[in-house]
Write a protein that binds this ligand. Sequence first.
Ligand code: SF4
Ligand code: SF4
Length: 259
Amino acid sequence: MQDIIKQLSGSPITPIKMSLDSKFTFMCHKGLECFTHCCGKIDVFLTPYDILRMKQRLGLSSQEFIAKYTIMAELKKTKLPLLMLRMTPEGRCPFVTDSGCTIYSDRPVVCRYYPIGFAILKSRELGGDDFFFPIKESYCKGYNEDREWTVREWRQAQEINLYDDTNKFWFDILLSKKLLASDLQPDEKSLRLFLLCSYDIDSFRNFVFESRFLKVHDIDSETIERIKEDEMELLKFAHRWLRGVLFGDPEYKRKDRKE
Ligand code: SF4
Ligand code: SF4
């Protein structure tokens, strides 16, 4: 994900490849003079599950959250729209105070990874495995602490696996090489659907339950119950459905179209 941020912001971070078993020392706490210095002048790329967690935390609809707290960027090659956290006019994160992050248990995955970066675009372009790299900002004193971690332990401690699992199908879309083929470049309608299914879960729910969607798609009753009750399941469903629409291999087929 940091790789996406690098493309968007032109950050000078140079990746040093780390695996899940690579070790580093780090600890972040209120006693450090740099406490919260990192929560400003940064590009915080938001995944769909980040937005779900934050809008639930703040008691906002997804549309309200998007309008108030995000700005839009786009992926260089495929032009897919991506949302990033909107900084205040002073360049600070809207959720930081002197005592720390006010949405800490629902902070975005980029904040969870820090001080580790996660490269997935470059590695998949090169046909290799995803890899990690350290982000060593000169002001960050956390690296001087002696608590040792492997990248795997750090990911567990930050609950990153849950974010990866929930965003899995979305990343499949985002990183699909199919989107680089000229005949599959998304048109206006596909880009609108991408925005809806990626970030605006409340509008997607209306689309599913208040339109003809359930009448025209072949979706089993167990799935319907699950996505009705659980927003996380609805989000994963949105990504699976979108993948089918964009790539022409629908998992949830329309009743009126014979394959
Ligand atoms: S140690 Fe690093 S991550 Fe923690 S507050 Fe300081 S600058 Fe931020
Ligand atoms: S969301 Fe929290 S951890 Fe992330 S930049 Fe903002 S204040 Fe810092």
